[in-house]
Design a protein around this ligand. Structure first.
Ligand code: AKB
Length: 337
């Protein structure tokens, strides 16, 4: 008999580790995790971990033969900066990998006779604004606006949102018998900041990098201008958003892709907040005009009213609470400063 499981791909990444921690705290015992890397020692042993590639058909076949999946959190991805250096590889991981996971979810839904919930983090990278004037005028961007991404990662995310919609509404629409469809739910995340982990390969990474460098006493050259503004959220709110959307009754959802956001500081404001806690920090600006161009193409703010209305989304942390109650105390503990 196959074991019931909740699959988390990209489990050793920032969101994955925070999600595992939260689900274990809720006594969730059915976690099956997948990543190219091992989990850190403190997490290893608390879940069933498979080390391998989401593109490995034999590995996915093993998952299907041994487990009955009830939900999939598909977090594995190459982020925006990394994807620009290897766009074809990004396409393989971000698109082909997601397609395979969706096929697996469709197969599992059919076997169970019940939809598998497929939770997918998308990103502000799915938006693309042509210039700073447009960005300033656009204000809080809604889900259906400015869907013209300027990065491989953004294109991959936007397309996978559409794939999710296809798999959950039209998959095998011409077959003689309509198959059981997947239950696809997606969040467009802003930049994320964790006190415990560092992102790698993203373009919103400057904000967590300013903070972690300051706490470690290392100098930091910020790769965007001080006036650069994009939305951010702290990791506990990102996990709350994922779990709340995953658990929302289907009839309350009016769409499949939801913006979520918390606060939209400039890079200069992030520096000021970090300096309040670490006055000795050495942070200057050395904009990299190419990475700057990517961040400039992302909205300054998101309209998350659909998430608020449909499933009661409210971030617990505004910018003050994020720094005073979550980031600074935890990062001081982490680096013992
Ligand atoms: C990145 O910078 O690529 C990510 C994102 C905004 O999705 N953090």
């Amino acid at each position: 008999m196959r074991k019931k499981a909740i699959l988390i791909t990209g489990a050793a990444g920032e969101i994955g580790l925070a999600l595992i921690e939260k689900l274990l705290a809720q006594d969730e015992a059915r976690l099956l995790t997948l990543d190219l890397r091992p989990l850190p020692p403190e997490t290893m042993g608390t879940v069933t971990h498979m080390e391998g590639d989401i593109l490995d058909a034999a590995l996915l076949a093993r998952v299907v033969s041994e487990y009955e999946l009830e939900a999939i959190y598909h977090l594995a991805a190459l982020l925006s900066t990394r994807s620009e250096f290897s766009p074809e590889m990004a396409h393989r991981v971000n698109v082909d990998g997601t397609l395979r996971l969706m096929q697996l979810a469709a197969d599992q839904s059919e076997r169970r006779g019940q939809p598998v919930r497929f939770i997918f983090p998308s990103s502000i990278a799915a938006y693309g604004m042509p210039d700073l004037q447009t960005k300033a005028q656009a204000g809080r961007v809604k889900e259906g606006e400015w869907n013209y991404p300027a990065t491989m990662y953004g294109c991959n995310k936007l397309y996978c949102e559409l794939l999710g919609s296809y798999f959950s509404r039209h998959y095998q629409q011409l077959a003689a018998r309509r198959p059981e469809l997947i239950d696809f739910r997606c969040l467009r995340f802003p930049g994320l900041i964790s006190a415990f982990t560092m992102p790698s390969g993203g373009t919103s990474d400057y904000a967590p990098e300013i903070l972690h460098a300051a706490a470690k006493g290392e100098p930091y050259h910020c790769f965007v201008r001080p006036d650069t503004r994009i939305p951010f959220m702290v990791m506990p709110d990102a996990i709350t958003a994922l779990l709340t959307l995953a658990q929302a009754p289907a009839e309350t959802l009016s769409r499949q892709v939801y913006n979520v956001t918390s606060f939209s500081p400039t890079a200069g404001e992030v520096r000021e907040l970090v300096l309040r806690a670490f006055p000795e920090a050495r942070i200057d600006y050395q904009p990299d005009h190419k990475r700057q161009g990517i961040v400039d193409s992302w909205p300054a703010d998101l309209d998350d009213s659909a998430a608020r209305q449909d499933w009661g989304w409210r971030p617990a942390y505004d910018i003050r609470r994020a720094f005073d109650d979550y980031l600074i105390p935890n990062i001081r503990r982490r680096y013992q400063v």
